[in-house]
Design a protein around this ligand. Structure first.
Ligand SMILES: [Zn+2]
Length: 337
């Protein structure tokens, strides 16, 4: 799918770029567990806080909260009788998430959702299983059937799903709140689900983009780059105001448009560069074919980098991720045109 269909909005985005390396002249403010975030609001000084603080907690709406621990972001929803946690996180970050929840409520944790089977987002399910063991209402764990299959395949390293949600579209009700889950065709992974709380205006869709940052290496290790771009359009089609992307700041639809336009610009620049650069001359007897491809892709990166430095060079992690982004798009052009 061509992604360069939002030129007007992109101009608006470019006009709103601030000079301090942030992507937008957004409404930055200190995190608050009490005041709901206005739509478009973002947490100020997020990255240093992620290093220094055990967790960063922000109320999004009356009942929903965003939590960032060690650079990983989760959501929780406080009902009348219990708490629903969306992604328990991993690598020990689940403890920080639990502490953040306990800052707000003593209600039992009665629901846990897995977005997808990647341990860095769900490994600490054990933390929640253990604290809910003795409570009256058992912990229900929601995820797609593919995620449930992966838990079995990879040796039951996390608590098994108790409520399997239909694919590609399914839903469940947590107390009086409807939670929709969409597990689209294979983009980031084959089970990465959008978890959508329509009443709250919140979409939880992780490892696709990093709001307020350039994309992670290889677009977060994307497994199917064509589906990944379709998935982003599918996320845009839903009606929401707040995005929890699992990393980066609290997001909006502008963050998704930003990435789609960045990809469109990479595609266009690489295609132009390939008028002057072909892989043929790099197949020199002094190289093996792997070295030859590395030299070829490096030549493409060097050719187009200056124009991207001009536009994106001040953004968070541009320098460290750019080469991987070019390699992803170049590979995609070579395989799919
Ligand atoms: Zn992942």
């Amino acid at each position: 799918m061509k992604a360069n269909i939002y030129p007007t909005l992109f101009v608006v985005i470019l006009m709103s770029i601030s000079l301090n390396g942030s992507l937008y002249a957004a409404n930055y403010q200190p995190a608050s567990s009490i005041d709901p975030l206005p739509p478009g609001g973002r947490i100020e000084n997020l990255y240093p806080s992620q290093i220094d603080d055990p967790y960063i907690l922000q109320r999004l709406t009356g009942a929903s909260f965003w939590v960032s621990v060690q650079g990983y972001n989760a959501l929780f929803y406080v009902g009348d009788e219990g708490v629903l946690v969306v992604d328990p996180l991993g690598h020990g970050a689940g403890e920080g998430l639990l502490a953040a929840i306990r800052e707000v409520t003593d209600l039992p944790i009665t629901g846990l959702v897995y977005s997808h089977y990647h341990l860095d987002h769900i490994e600490d399910a054990a933390v929640f299983a253990s604290v809910t063991l003795a409570q009256e209402a058992p912990l229900k764990i929601y995820a797609s059937s593919t995620t449930a299959d992966h838990i079995r395949t990879y040796g039951d390293r996390v608590q098994q799903v108790t409520e399997v949600i239909a694919e590609p579209f399914g839903s469940f009700t947590f107390e009086n709140t409807r939670v929709e889950m969409h597990t689209p065709a294979h983009g980031h992974s084959d089970d990465n689900s959008m978890i959508y709380l329509p009443k709250e205006g919140i979409l939880h869709y992780v490892d696709m983009i990093n709001p307020d940052q350039m994309p992670y290496l290889n677009f977060a290790g994307v497994q199917d780059f064509n589906a990944y771009q379709r998935n982003l359009h599918e996320a845009l089609a839903l009606d929401w105001q707040f995005l929890n992307a699992g990393h980066g700041n609290i997001g909006t639809k502008e963050d998704i448009y930003f990435v789609l336009n960045y990809i469109a610009e990479l595609r266009s620049a690489i295609n132009t560069a390939l008028n002057d650069i072909s892989s043929g001359p790099f197949h020199d007897p002094q190289y093996n074919h792997v070295r030859a491809y590395e030299q070829y892709s490096h030549a493409v990166i060097e050719k187009i980098k200056p124009m991207f430095v001009e536009k994106y060079g001040d953004y968070y992690a541009f320098e460290d991720g750019f080469s991987s982004h070019v390699k992803t798009v170049l590979g995609n052009i070579e395989l799919y045109g």
